[in-house]
Write a protein that binds this ligand. Structure first.
Ligand code: 26Q
Length: 832
């Protein structure tokens, strides 16, 4: 090994500063691949269906990341630069191989290497299991952020949980959603590296004991605590062709040896084993975002486990260098909290600084408030996290004590600002009093941080004016907006070879790291030859989706149909119900012989319902029953299809988004924080039919009103109408909606199961329907009509499609990360 690969440190160890570099040529990749396949994995038969082909290729690719990974890590350590720790309970990574090959620029070489065995790379990609460590938008956003930070050379480390079971897999059985576990680690996860030597201990429970220290001073300590070991598994995050590899560090829970021994010595072997299970259960399963799951103790344990392990890990790195001197800590560290899920990091950092590192409360509080930053992802008041004081006191007594102390100091600040305003003090308290007092985690996050951001302009404004109004009045400077984005490396370059190939052919490939360059497509929007190629590329995407739909549902779609797509988690506020009512309306038109001038249309819906969300599961059943009737009616042949795509996930979206013509973003105004699927569709040339909500507004601004189908009430109109909302009156006054309701009541789409149709009908007719589905029906139907007429005019539609892609530059997470960096993080790029 050459001398520049090593150096000694003060422990006498020889430190590797770089791993031996692996060659990037096809021959070298081939050689490594074969060696891993035969010598490491011990397999002989190389064929298309072998899972070991995937595994051996990952090892060969990982070797090629390793050198850069070490160098990137060393560069950050050496330069002593400021870093960001992105704390998130979810990282919805999906598959990693294709993106790693793209970012390393070795896709063609790997393809060539495998060709020697008659194995095509595409089938190897398909054999990779999704890393489904997230529910939806929030989790996928974290994954896109990591890709962009690595590409921008920003020193950001992701901290998350290595769940044994990711997001459940969805099966549709007789129209119902059935959840199945996702044992994604069963065949191993070849990207990760276990770093047992960096394990941390996280402690739960315990009680306070007062004792006298060596000077006779009264001190407190915590005894009878239950320790759990947090073992990190590192996943490499390569930047796009820039030599940077960042880290995603996922924590896994293991019972500690002391713990077991303690129980064992007390004579209870079975209790010791049960306790081991208890500890290791912490990272067993990802919670599906679920109203019925809120308040569950295991979820709080997950949150604390992540927060404590991650903070300890970063404090370990600090004290290794600086000892217990924290003067410059806040200048060099920032923790971005992905929603309130990891917000318990606020009191935990206080505990670590005060109890473990001997700082004064006031010094520790100054530091904490300078390092924490909080991102909010929801406007639904019922979705704001609260934890019962009783549970927190039991599970984390010292943390609860610290929350009380933070609250006391904070309420004194409020009192000083608004003397005598007791109502305000009650409103703003971190503790909501009552029979069952709870800790309001969002307030804790706001009080304990220097930055609070929403994820789209409208959302951030509504946070300031509504949900967090009191706090925005107190600290206007804390509140800011960071509009979401998506990474174009995955969501255009990798998932849509036809369209991205065409784009690169015309304007070069600079858009891959500078998405605003897509604007250069604008002059081509009316170019007949380019339009023809554009349509051909879109058709390729549509054929691919048609094949996927046929294989999963047996339903055949034609690529010339208008692909009208709504995929996202199933939730009432997202109004999949409204979409289904429109499908029934179109069916009704066909049955009445009124639809002769409509283009053939495929309405494609997909998404998972939280297992305990009764109404969301009803909606899935309702869509499937409606689809069954529509698709079986010979009158709809070649004209209308309604499909529910089972098991919507990241890799399914990679097939869906290139195929969409129309992107349905139809949430009740003021309810969707941002949306990010809307951006993936736009980037791939879909036109949006959308409400005045979330990032739809910014999408419309970017592309222009003539290339966007806006419909529905605004936030203000919704709030006014709510006072006098009369859905039955609306139904009576709208012959189209009336016919749809009559068909439903008449049992045309009868769900045999009792209660489902009743629940659907009641939801629509309820004057207190929070989502006001009936209110937007007419506007939605009329706007859908405008959209289908536009689709019939091929040059016009193609122009709109091109202009949507061309205007999508703003919605790259590269831009989002630059915004975070400029206004919150202030990081310097890593220099190798
Ligand atoms: C709550 C309680 C118990 C267990 C889990 C949860 C839980 C889990 C996940 C609550 C919420 C989530 C996820 C929320 C989410 O994905 N929000 C979406 O975030 C996107 C990224 O900012 C936005 O674009 C979407 O508008 C927003 O809905």
């Amino acid at each position: 090994m050459s001398a520049d690969h090593r150096e000694s440190n003060n422990t006498g160890a020889i430190m590797l500063t770089r791993a031996p570099a692996s060659e990037m040529g096809p021959e070298a990749i081939l050689e490594d691949f074969v060696r891993y396949f035969s010598r490491t994995l011990g397999r002989r038969a190389i064929h298309k269906a072998s899972p070991f082909v995937y595994e051996a290729l990952v090892y060969a690719v990982r070797d090629r990341l390793m050198d850069r990974w070490i160098q990137s890590t060393v560069a950050v350590e050496r330069s002593y630069q400021r870093r960001v720790h992105y704390l998130s309970l979810e990282f919805l990574m999906g598959r990693l191989l294709k993106n790693a090959l793209l970012n390393l620029d070795v896709e063609d070489k790997s393809e060539a290497a495998l060709q020697n065995f008659g194995v095509d790379l595409a089938s190897v990609f398909e054999s990779e299991h999704d890393a489904g460590l997230g529910n939806g938008g929030l989790g996928r956003l974290a994954a896109c952020f990591l890709d962009s930070c690595a590409t921008l050379s920003l020193p950001v480390i992701g901290y998350g949980i290595r769940y044994e079971y990711g997001m459940f897999r969805q099966r549709i059985d007789d129209g119902h959603q059935i959840e199945e576990p996702d044992p994604w680690l069963r065949a191993g996860f070849p990207w990760e590296i276990e770093r047992y030597e960096l394990a941390q201990t996280v402690t739960f429970g315990g009680r306070k004991e007062v004792y006298a220290d060596e000077h006779g001073n009264e001190q407190t300590r915590w005894v009878d605590t239950r320790p759990v070991l947090a073992v990190p598994f590192d996943v490499p995050i390569p930047g796009y062709r820039n030599g940077i590899v960042n880290t995603l560090r996922l924590w896994s829970a293991k019972a500690t040896d002391e713990f077991n021994l303690h129980e064992f010595n007390a004579g209870s072997y079975t209790q010791a084993v049960a306790a081991k299970n208890d500890a290791e259960n912490i990272t067993m399963v990802l919670y599906p975002n679920d109203a019925s799951e809120s308040g569950k103790g295991l979820r709080l344990r997950q949150q604390y486990f992540l927060a404590s392990a991650s903070l300890q890990d970063s404090l370990r790195q600090w004290t290794e260098r600086h000892g217990d001197h924290f003067e410059h800590f806040a200048a060099k560290n920032c923790y971005q909290l992905n929603d309130t899920h990891p917000a318990i990091a606020v009191p935990e950092l206080m505990r670590l600084l005060v109890d473990e590192h001997g700082l004064d409360w006031d010094d520790a509080w100054v530091i904490t408030r300078r390092v924490m930053a909080y991102t909010n992802h929801t406007l639904l008041p019922e979705a704001l996290e609260c934890w019962s004081v009783e549970m927190m006191s039991q599970m984390l007594p010292r943390i609860m004590e610290i929350v009380y102390e933070i609250n006391a100091g904070f309420l004194a600040e409020v009192e000083q600002c608004w003397p005598g305003d007791l109502e305000r003090v009650g409103r703003m308290s971190l503790i909501q009093e009552g029979d069952h007092p709870v800790v309001r985690m969002a307030y804790l996050a706001i009080v304990g941080s220097f930055s609070v951001n929403g994820v789209a302009e409208l959302h951030s404004r509504l946070l300031r004016e509504g949900l967090f109004r009191d706090f925005a009045e107190l600290w206007p400077e804390k509140f800011n907006n960071k509009t979401n984005g998506v990474t174009q490396r995955r969501w255009l370059a990798a998932c849509n070879p036809a369209l991205s190939g065409l784009v690169t052919d015309r304007i070069g490939d600079a858009w891959v790291t500078d998405l605003e360059r897509l604007r250069e497509l604008e002059p081509l929007a009316d170019d007949a030859d380019f339009q023809q190629r554009w349509r051909t590329a879109k058709l390729a995407g549509k054929r691919r989706l048609a094949a996927l739909v046929e294989s999963r549902t047996g339903i055949a779609l034609h690529a010339d149909m208008l692909f009208d797509v709504q995929v996202k988690r199933i939730h009432e506020y997202k109004r999949q119900l409204l979409n289904c009512l429109h499908a029934i309306h179109l069916y009704d038109r066909i049955k009445r012989g009124e639809a002769a001038d409509s283009p053939p249309r495929a309405i494609i819906v997909g998404g998972k319902a939280a297992p305990g969300y009764f109404m969301a599961k009803n909606i899935i059943k309702f869509i499937n029953e409606t689809a069954r009737v529509i698709n079986a009616d010979p009158d709809t042949e070649g004209r209308l299809r309604l499909v529910f795509v089972p098991d919507y996930n990241v890799s399914t979206m990679e097939v869906i988004c290139p195929a969409a013509d129309l992107s349905a973003q139809i949430s009740t105004a003021g309810k969707e924080a941002s949306g990010t699927g809307n951006m993936k569709f736009m980037m791939n040339g879909a036109v949006t039919i959308g409400t005045f909500d979330g990032a739809n507004i910014e999408i419309r601004e970017a592309v222009g009103d003539e290339n966007f189908f806006l419909f529905g009430l605004t936030v203000e109109e919704i709030e006014v109408l709510r006072q006098s909302y009369d859905p039955e009156g609306i139904i009576r006054g709208d012959p189209g909606l009336l016919r749809v309701m009559e068909r439903l009541e008449h049992g045309d789409f009868n769900c045999v199961e009792a209660g489902i149709m009743e629940a659907i009908l009641h939801a629509i007719k309820n004057p207190h329907d929070p989502w006001m589905t009936a209110a937007d029906f007419r506007s939605f139907v009329d706007t859908q009509r405008r959209a289908e007429l536009a689709y019939l005019d091929l040059p016009r539609w193609t122009r709109m499609s091109i202009l949507n892609t061309a205007a999508s530059g703003r919605f790259s997470t590269d831009r989002t990360m630059r915004d975070y960096n400029r206004e919150i993080w202030q990081l310097d790029p890593v220099e190798l």
